[in-house]
Design a protein around this ligand. Structure first.
Ligand SMILES: [Zn+2]
Ligand SMILES: [Zn+2]
Length: 242
């Protein structure tokens, strides 16, 4: 039985751990949580893992030029087993995995207080898909995560899938070298002009499944800040390690 198929089978049974198939268990058993989802010290601006007991509070990249994010949290690294679970969630539409993924985020140090800090006038927004990609895929996984997160955390902030718009269907970021990624997404986002007033001096928390270089989140944050948001932070399930 292939690892992928074993994982698929495991996901059909809610009493099994989604990773190691032990049972009876929660969706993620204690052993797998400790092995694959242990909290790591991450850069507060881009969520990269900080290594070697670094005295610097930020990663080298952010010391040089930080993303336009006030803060950023990631639950796990984009690696086994999360890369496979996220692919199934995103492309095989196994939406039942959303609860497990949001649970990882809510277990991440700092995420609960950050959500509790949002006021009713602030916003929790998904990274939008372009209309073309939304039509192809049928749903936006970031919006599904956003709604679940909102419900489970009892966050007071407003939810909207239409305030921030994605204009262009850009090339997949993973296919491009780092320096090209920034220009690839520049100008890809727009705040709905009719909603811009609702952003003035508000805090925004963006939600996405995977963060690679941060170029896409940075482009979205720039559009929100230019439209009047006071600050933009981000929550992602997984962060690509360097
Ligand atoms: Zn397990
Ligand atoms: Zn950083």
């Amino acid at each position: 039985m292939s690892a992928g198929f074993a994982l698929y089978r495991a996901l059909q049974l809610p009493s099994q751990c989604a990773v190691c198939r032990s049972w009876p268990s929660q969706r993620l058993c204690q052993h797998c949580r400790a092995t694959f989802a242990a909290a790591k010290t991450r850069c507060p601006r881009c969520a990269l893992v900080l290594t070697g007991g670094s005295a610097e509070p930020r990663c080298p990249q952010c010391l040089h030029s930080a993303l336009p994010l006030a803060a950023c949290w990631a639950a796990v690294d984009y690696a086994y087993p999360w890369s496979e679970l996220l692919a199934r969630y995103k492309f095989a539409q196994e939406t039942g995995l959303g609860g497990l993924l949001v649970d990882l985020l809510l277990h991440t140090p700092g995420v609960g207080p950050a959500l509790a800090d949002l006021q009713a006038s602030d916003w929790l927004l998904p990274l939008p898909l372009s209309p073309q990609r939304l039509a192809e895929r049928g749903y936006n996984q970031a919006w599904e995560l956003c709604r679940l997160l909102h419900r489970r955390s009892r966050c007071r902030a407003g939810l909207s899938a239409g305030l921030l718009l994605r204009l262009r269907h850009t090339k997949a970021q993973s296919e491009l070298p780092r320096d090209v990624r920034l220009t690839n997404v520049r100008g890809a986002f727009l705040v709905d002009p009719l909603s811009a007033r609702q952003l003035q001096a508000r805090q925004v928390m963006l939600v996405d499944d995977v963060m690679t270089t941060g170029a896409t989140l940075a482009a979205a944050a720039t559009a929100l800040l230019e439209a009047g948001a006071r600050s933009v932070s981000a929550l992602v399930i997984a962060r690509t390690p360097p």
